[in-house]
Design a protein around this ligand. Structure first.
Ligand code: ZN
Length: 489
């Protein structure tokens, strides 16, 4: 099998020719969500990036095993080793069983992914279902002398590891700098060094998610699950490990250290990381008030949003940037994407109406070659989309009889658009129900605007009537200083 695919390897900081370890099989692992809250644009970008890679590798005739995990234990608040478990915290706040929290947000995540037309992975392992594998890896790391036990918890010994294997290669960090940037440990800490990270934590009395082990009743450290589960399903060495750039350090750096310490070798051949999404130029954060969930986007229900955006518009917006570039969300950018997607889909529909002639005045092969080259260059979906949009002029000329195309060439052109747009980029025509949802969201926004106009002109009778009518329809309206939030019950 030959291809000219080059991918940017975060580890070597170079574009490298993609050569699978065991062709035609490709092992692909991407870190999945920690399921304690609704998915947002950051989740969408990561999932869509590796969904397109998964689809593209299959398009190149590889047999891909795609593993994307679910983190349902061990990911602590602030990514620290001393904070509360994110899922336990949510469970405590909502008086739920931790596994109810997990199930609830996992279901919602799956719904969101389905809306975005993200294919389900081949295997979706959960951290809590692989405690034994994780304990086994801890045992191996301890045997190799790179971990130590204190009071029933086990920590990875970064200094001992770094004496034999360089730590920090993936993120380009030097141990000296890391050491000087790590706050000195107070007398309370069990760690030998601030850089050390937990492999196993002894559970406190109120910690519900706990499993027996030879060290203590406790739970695994967050980084451990990906080492244990990728090895279990993809083997000691596999082709591609993906994730968002926010996972590069410490999560992926620690993963490499765990694999080398426990199994004697690094497992990943190509590390690929997608860049982050900013909102109107700002980092996304709950405290900044710009934290938009996917459901809010689909419904247009957030004060930043001027309208609802369908899942395909979001997908198209994400694919219009190269996955390693930053991407800034704004209403203007989304509206431009919406127009672009509509133009693309309308042209694909037009292809059916074109009448073939005996000769061709357009060069389909040249367009096909440009598209292929764009994707071979580190999966440059931005360029690919540009070429596909560029071809629209020709499609219009063909539809209006200004250019001609033979039957064979027309078939090629139709295949080209179908395979890139639908199979690889995973775009689809919006379904009637999606369209209806989007319209509903936008209608509610219009009605609420009319209500706030009524309030401004002190017409409170109308304002109350609108609110009551919406309530009857099952739409709850919550007033804020500068407008209103709404929710469909
Ligand atoms: Zn991971």
């Amino acid at each position: 099998m030959t291809n000219n695919l080059f991918v940017y390897n975060t580890l070597t900081r170079k574009k490298e020719r993609f050569e699978p370890i065991n062709p035609p099989f490709v092992g692909l692992y991407a870190c999945g969500p920690t399921v304690y809250g609704d998915a947002h644009l950051g989740h969408a970008r990561q999932a869509i990036t590796f969904d397109v890679l998964y689809r593209y590798l299959q398009h190149l005739d590889y047999k891909v095993r795609y593993v994307r995990n679910i983190t349902d234990v061990g990911h602590l608040v602030d990514d620290s080793d001393d904070g509360e478990d994110k899922i336990l915290k949510k469970a405590r706040l909502e008086s739920l069983e931790p596994m109810e929290v997990v199930q609830h947000y996992m279901n919602r995540y799956h719904q969101n992914m389905e809306s975005l037309n993200v294919l389900p992975p081949s295997i979706e392992p959960r951290a809590s279902g692989h405690i034994i594998e994780q304990q086994e890896l801890i045992r191996k790391i301890m045997e190799a002398g790179y971990a130590y036990e204190v009071n029933g918890s086990v920590y990875f010994d970064v200094i001992a590891y770094n004496n034999n294997h360089p730590y920090g290669q993936l993120s380009g960090r030097k141990i000296e700098d890391l050491l000087s940037n790590t706050r000195t440990l107070d007398g309370q800490s069990e760690k030998k060094n601030g850089l050390d990270f937990a492999l196993w934590k002894k559970a406190g009395p109120s910690h519900i998610m706990r499993w027996p082990s030879k060290w203590s009743e406790g739970y695994p450290g967050w980084h451990l699950e990906c080492s244990a589960m990728s090895t279990k399903y993809l083997g000691m060495q596999f082709d591609i490990h993906g994730g968002g750039m926010d996972l590069l350090f410490p999560h992926h750096e620690c993963e490499i250290a765990q694999n080398v310490a426990g199994y004697g070798q690094p497992s990943v051949r190509y590390w690929m990381h997608n860049n982050m999404i900013t909102i109107n130029g700002q980092k996304m954060g709950r405290s900044l008030g710009n934290f938009i969930t996917l459901d809010q986007l689909f419904e247009g229900n957030h004060k930043i949003l001027e309208q609802a955006y369908g899942p395909m518009v979001i997908r198209f917006f994400i694919l219009q940037a190269h996955y390693r570039s930053t991407l800034d969300f704004s209403n203007e950018a989304m509206q431009a994407s919406e127009k672009g997607l509509m133009r693309l889909m309308n042209s694909i529909a037009k292809l059916k109406s074109i009448q073939p002639s005996n000769s061709s005045s357009i060069d389909v092969d040249a367009l096909a070659e440009r598209c292929k080259k764009a994707m071979e260059d580190d999966m440059n979906t931005a360029k690919l989309v540009g070429h596909l949009l560029g071809g629209i002029t020709q499609i219009n000329n063909l539809a209006e009889g200004r250019e001609t195309i033979s039957e064979k060439e027309l078939e090629k052109l139709i295949n080209l658009y179908h395979s890139w747009v639908f199979s690889v980029l995973g775009l689809e025509l919006p379904s009637a129900s999606e369209k209806a949802n989007e319209i509903t969201g936008n209608l509610i926004e219009i009605i609420l605007q009319l209500r706030s106009d009524a309030k401004l002109s002190r017409n409170f009778k109308t304002a109350d009537r609108i609110r009551n009518e919406l309530t009857k329809l099952g739409i709850t309206v919550k007033d804020r200083k500068d407008g209103a939030d709404w929710e469909i019950n």
